[in-house]
Design a protein around this ligand. Sequence first.
Ligand code: 5GP
Length: 176
Amino acid sequence: MIQIRDKHFEEFLTEKDIQAYIKTLAQKIDEDYKDQELLILGILNGSFLFVADLARFLTIDPEISFLKFASYEGTSSSGKVNDLIGLNEDLTGKHVLIVEDIVDSGTTLAHIMSLLKNKGVGSVKVATLFFKPEAYKQNIPLDYVGKEIPKLFVVGYGMDYQGKGRNLTGLYQLKA
Ligand code: 5GP
């Protein structure tokens, strides 16, 4: 068991488990994109370790870039605006793979997809290391899923609890 700030967590998946899931995903992506130029778009902050490890398992030669949500109070009717930072490159005709650490409700993913619309991309697919099917509220297909997990709060391997825990090599679940 480990403690992060005021909470206790217990190991849910080991580093070895996680690396095996990533290797399997990399093999599929290698095969699927062997004849196409791939642009990997990692969604920060949580995906930084996953993109780093996935990229090094790949034998194809992708472009790699990152996007980040800037959350700020805006003047729109909802009062809250989410913009993506980093979407500067020309995506016309590109084969884009969105890479997320974890898909929960799918709200983040739906937002990214809507922002990629009308950019003339050649194709868009989605890879996520972890997926909580019980929490998913979208019907956007997830093309590459490392591991389905129950509806738990997890930290580690890129994911945080109040900014900490991202550098843990395994995945930890909140202890009830
Ligand atoms: P969604 O928009 O799919 O509900 O949530 C996606 C984002 O919420 C993820 O990219 C991740 O940053 C965060 N998230 C979702 N579930 C968890 C979790 O169990 N632990 C942590 N630390 N972050 C999560």
